[in-house]
Write a protein that binds this ligand. Structure first.
Ligand SMILES: Cc1ncc(COP(=O)(O)O)c(C=O)c1O
Length: 395
């Protein structure tokens, strides 16, 4: 994903401000920082952009997930429903919280199927972490009303979908907390960074404290602050926040370019026989970082992925064989290989992940290819891509 494609003077200026003051810490040093508050400014502008009361910037999207789980009260022994098509951070953050990931099927949205979520609920379910994959939305309205009805916490992982929306409302703002990533390959980047957003004042205070060793952030003497809870260090530096601030101000330009490029490709591909597209509950809200399409069966999808690559159509991902994004190849999880014993292993309700079978998700993923949308493509490059794709996909 492309924020890095358009680094320029804006990022350089923000970073230079920080270097000029020498204050790389996001808190304090009021007298020397010459009023540069990069993390705080980013938080205010992101909250405004997403239409939400609070934002806390942190060191990564993975950190954001850990913070959200903690602030929403998810801990030892709780079950958390997650999809099998996601990034490894989903189960890592749940396991490090001491909780137990429970996998539920996805559907052709490439995100959790609300019916599978309902079927996966148990008396131990504390939360559902819905993951808005590849730039676009889950059936978030249905999942939100299910969670409300069942009294289960909804957390949104919108790490891959910054700037996307459903019916005009930003992804990440439907659940009790939403998480974003600004790592080097996300829509906009801090180098490394992430954020949590929420409308809940109490969750925000807990998140802010948890992400900074439990500090209450009251007063101007950090050494005298109280620690209402035990926390950890998930802070972001001012240097990373500075890069992100310049990128955030380019978000709408990035989205417009992606949408234009994706629309040209999708319109052309609409006439290819045997190709269908990912189901989008609100196509207008797609951030258009990827164009995800399906072939009739696994054999033809596998062949198409190989042929596209061979024809120089780069950035086409066949997730079904991917080590990071689909459960099938998470051998370390299946064998519960970890540096030290995990709390989940103490609970007899921890599933044997080597036996988890999700044939409905397999049936979707085996047929799906996602093509990355780049900002830097010229009109000629898009035309060339279309003609190469036509050659490969209509053979
Ligand atoms: C869906 C999803 N969640 C969480 C993360 C973790 O973000 P980060 O790399 O900033 O820790 C990623 C990163 O790729 C992701 O794709």
């Amino acid at each position: 994903m492309p924020g890095f494609e358009i680094f320029g003077d804006e990022e350089r200026k923000q970073v230079q401000d920080v270097l000029d003051t020498g204050v790389l810490f996001r808190y304090g040093f009021d007298a020397v920082r010459q009023d540069h508050w990069k993390a705080k400014t980013f938080e205010r502008e992101l909250a405004e952009r997403m239409g939400v009361a609070h934002c806390h910037l942190c060191s990564s999207g993975t950190a954001a997930l850990s913070i959200a789980l903690a602030a929403c009260g998810v801990g030892a022994g709780d079950e958390v429903i997650v999809p099998p098509f996601t990034f490894v951070a989903s189960f890592e953050s749940i396991l490090t919280a001491g909780a137990v990931p429970v996998f539920a099927d996805i559907d052709e949205t490439l995100c959790l199927d609300p019916r599978a979520v309902e079927a996966g609920l148990s008396s131990r379910t504390k939360a559902v972490v819905v993951v808005h994959m590849c730039g676009a939305m889950a059936r978030i309205d249905e999942i939100q009303s299910l969670c409300d009805r069942k009294g289960v916490v909804l957390i949104e992982d919108a790490c891959q979908s910054v700037g996307a929306s459903f019916n005009g409302k930003a992804l990440g703002t439907f659940g009790r907390m939403g998480c974003y990533s600004f790592d080097p390959v996300k829509t906009i980047t801090c180098g490394e960074g992430g954020a949590v957003v929420t409308n809940d004042d109490q969750r925000y205070e807990l998140a802010h404290a948890f992400a900074d060793h439990g500090h209450d952030h009251i007063g101007s003497d950090r050494g005298a602050e109280q620690h209402p809870i035990i926390g950890y260090n998930y802070r972001i530096s001012e240097l990373n926040a500075a890069v992100g601030l310049a990128q955030l101000r380019k978000l709408d330009t990035i989205l417009a370019m992606q949408r234009e490029h994706k629309s040209a490709l999708k319109t052309a591909m609409g006439s290819f026989p045997n190709i269908s597209f990912r189901c989008l509950p609100d196509e207008a809200g797609d951030s258009a970082t990827f164009l995800s399409f399906m072939l009739p069966d696994e054999k033809s999808a596998r062949q198409a992925a190989r042929d596209l690559n061979g024809a120089g159509v780069d950035g086409c991902f066949y997730w079904y064989d991917n080590n990071w994004h689909y459960l099938k190849k998470w051998h370390h999880l299946k064998q519960m290989k970890s540096a030290a014993k995990l709390p989940a292993q103490l609970f007899d309700h921890c599933p044997d992940y080597s036996r988890v079978e999700l044939p409905r998700s397999d049936a979707v993923m085996a047929r799906t290819i996602s093509m990355q949308i780049k900002l830097g493509w010229t009109a000629e490059q898009i035309e060339q891509r279309i003609s190469r794709m036509k050659e490969v996909l209509t053979r």
